[in-house]
Design a protein around this ligand. Structure first.
Ligand code: MBD
Ligand code: FE
Length: 309
């Protein structure tokens, strides 16, 4: 069939009717969004001359994504989770909120309820052959003053790129910890250097990336949620210089401000000072939180999270 067969008027009217726009019943917010989504779907079908076969293939693909529980993975893969961050950045800028650490996506692999300790934590259970990694930093406010009692909630993959709970191979909460900052606002995590994550071979998300001619890999990263009373919650990640996928993250999570360098410690004296017996990696990541204020866009996201038993 030719493209652009339909008049805008016909499509608009049909979308409005399907979304119940004329009536007073139902949920006004759902109607408002549904009308636009339906109109745009019709436009895409008409502009691209989407065949009925193609349309039902797409429905099947979405159904498979849902059946696999993969929407949390697909959403960052098509840049929409990053887009939500860009919108929030812009809203904060307009509200005059500036100077905090850059945010980036949460992703689908957070597990709530990780063990909480004060000042420092060991995140790995000692079974991962990965390189020992020490991350430390200070949490401060916009005024530069340290924030004692902030909670730094960290999670990351193992040296195979797998996350505990999700991969079913690791002890509960391995590589997931909450650290309360000390009196100087400092936190220290001893862990192992993570590997990047790749979408599962049979996943719909990888299938989509293949169809788009993109890869389905993330660079190595460590996720952060940082909270403190009176401050705006921060969701972020760090990445490492030199990573093969640093600037082509399939999930669009890399931001220049969040790239840190892994410092390789090989000097025997420094190794001994750290209480270790072999070379290790370390990095520093300081965090600035902005003050919570009235009428600011929310940074706390209501989202379903699993809790490991
Ligand atoms: C991850 O580890 C992740 O952080 C994201 C955003 C998507 C897939 C895997
Ligand atoms: Fe991740």
């Amino acid at each position: 069939m030719p493209a652009n067969l339909m008049s805008k008027k016909v499509m608009k009217a049909l979308a409005a009717e399907a979304a119940g726009v004329a009536g007073s019943q139902g949920n006004a917010r759902v109607k408002e969004v549904a009308e636009r989504v339906l109109y745009r779907m019709m436009q895409v079908i008409d502009e691209c001359d989407v065949s009925m076969d193609e349309f039902w293939a797409a429905v099947g693909f979405i159904a498979k994504t849902a059946k696999n529980g993969e929407f949390g993975l697909m959403v960052p893969g098509v840049a929409i989770e990053h887009f939500l961050d860009l919108r929030l950045d812009e809203a904060e800028r307009l509200a005059g909120i500036e100077g905090g650490t850059m945010r980036t996506i949460e992703g689908p692999l957070y597990v709530a309820g990780a063990p909480l300790t004060k000042g420092e934590a060991r995140m790995d259970d000692g079974t991962d052959p990965g390189e020992v990694f020490i991350i430390s930093g200070q949490v401060r406010g916009e005024d530069g003053n340290p924030i004692a009692g902030a909670v730094v909630d960290l999670w990351h993959a193992n040296s195979k790129g797998g996350y505990s709970f999700i991969d079913g191979e690791q002890a509960a909460y391995n590589l997931r910890r909450r650290i309360e900052t000390d009196s100087e606002g400092r936190y220290t995590a001893r862990t192992i250097v993570p590997n990047g994550y790749g979408c599962p071979p049979e996943s719909a998300t990888r299938e989509l990336m293949n169809m788009l001619g993109r890869h389905a890999e993330r660079p190595a990263h460590v996720h952060y949620f940082v909270t403190a009373p009176g401050y705006r919650q921060l969701t972020t990640q760090i990445n490492f210089t030199g990573d093969k996928y640093l600037h082509t993250d399939f999930a669009f999570g890399t931001r220049d401000e969040l790239i840190v360098t892994l410092d390789r410690v090989t000097d025997p004296r420094r190794i001994a000072e750290a209480g270790l017996n072999k070379p290790f990696a370390r990095t520093t990541f300081d965090i600035v939180l902005t003050r919570e204020r009235a009428q600011a866009p929310r940074t706390v996201v209501q989202r379903e999270h699993v809790i490991a038993a």
